[in-house]
Design a protein around this ligand. Structure first.
Ligand code: NAD
Length: 309
């Protein structure tokens, strides 16, 4: 199915970011529907586009093109009547997401695809109150969505092949790197990988094996450096599965395998040490360091994201 008319529900951080992603493509018309249209709805998108211009990744003409393809409205029936694809970016609350989709069904075309940007929730449960469950899938974008290429397309047992194919196609068309998660499992693919690593990182800090900055440094100058080009599956084949088997047989008993969040993490949160939000988490942070960290991450992503194979 050709997707040209995209509706985003929710004008928060992810909603406006997704609007910007789709509006990069000249064939798209993007409508952002929110309960109330704020005074300057384009402001966050303009800030993102200006960052790209400042880093020579976008022209002024392209910026104007993107902005011209996005509109904002509070009128749900008018917004969704002719939508090809609707992506919900409303709060991460199961009932809100379920009702959002169920309420849409009398308002949309039969072939309209419903996608949820949930970070962690079951797509199957989100589709539970829908009559046509085969049109529902997950599209898990990563923040900031205009800079991170990955989108996890999550299918449920009910999602049709046509819906999956259309989503993969449109995401490729707008310049994303979609991956298909064939089962609706918690964490999908990338968060399962990410939090398996974080569990070990938090555990090593708690056990005093290394301090927080050292853990990050070990990753940044070692395995993290090659991951965009050499993931674990290709790496295992490259070095030999017999070696993987020997290493896993030896090391697995020593790796963190708790099913509970780290005790030190609980302690810090209970103490009100939340990280950048409070200036102290695992480490202490000045406002200048926080500003620098946020800015340099974005500039780094602009430089590398286009070069990942
Ligand atoms: N923030 C992230 O890093 C990130 C990353 C990936 C996925 N997500 C997911 O994307 C979704 C949106 O997250 P966000 O960070 O943009 O949130 P947000 O709080 O910035 O935006 C939520 C939007 O929903 C609107 N809203 C609030 N209550 C509502 C209701 N009852 N009905 C309809 N709309 C309502 C708000 O006005 C706002 O426009 C969530 O499911 C979140 O888990 C977030």
């Amino acid at each position: 199915m050709n997707i040209n008319n995209v509706v985003i529900l929710g004008a928060g951080l992810m909603g406006v970011g997704l609007a910007q992603v789709f509006a990069r493509d000249e064939d798209m018309r993007v409508t952002v529907r929110s309960r109330k249209v704020h005074d300057e709805p384009y402001a966050p998108i303009i800030a993102n586009l200006n960052l790209l211009i400042d880093n020579d990744a976008l022209s002024e003409a392209e910026k104007e093109g993107v902005l011209s393809r996005i509109s904002f409205t509070d009128d749900m029936p008018a917004a969704v009547a002719n939508a090809d694809l609707i992506i919900e970016c409303v709060p991460e609350v199961m009932e809100i997401k379920q009702n959002t989709f169920a309420d849409l069904e009398p308002l949309t075309r039969d072939d309209c695809i419903y996608a949820t940007n949930t970070s962690v929730m079951s797509v199957t449960d989100i589709a539970k109150k829908c009559v046509k469950k085969d049109r529902v899938a997950g599209t898990h974008f990563w923040n900031p969505p205009f800079l991170i290429p990955l989108v996890e397309v999550v299918r449920t047992d009910d999602t049709s092949d046509e819906v999956v194919d259309s989503l993969m196609e449109v995401l490729n068309k707008v310049g994303k790197k979609p991956v298909l998660c064939r089962k609706d499992v918690p964490g999908f693919i990338a968060n399962r990988l990410q939090h398996a690593l974080w569990r070990e990182a938090f555990s090593m800090v708690e056990k005093g094996i290394a301090d927080p900055a050292t853990v990050d440094r070990a990753l940044a100058y070692g395995p993290g450096l090659r991951w965009p080009h050499l993931g674990p599956m290709e790496n295992a084949d490259m070095t030999g599965l017999d070696l993987s088997l020997n290493i896993h047989s030896y090391i697995f008993p020593y790796l963190e395998d708790t099913h509970e969040p780290s005790a030190l993490l609980r302690e810090l949160v209970a103490h009100g040490d939340l990280g950048f939000k409070t200036g102290k988490g695992y480490q202490t942070w000045t406002p200048e360091q926080i500003e620098r960290s946020n800015r340099s991450l974005r500039e780094y992503l602009i430089r590398v994201a286009g070069n990942i194979k």
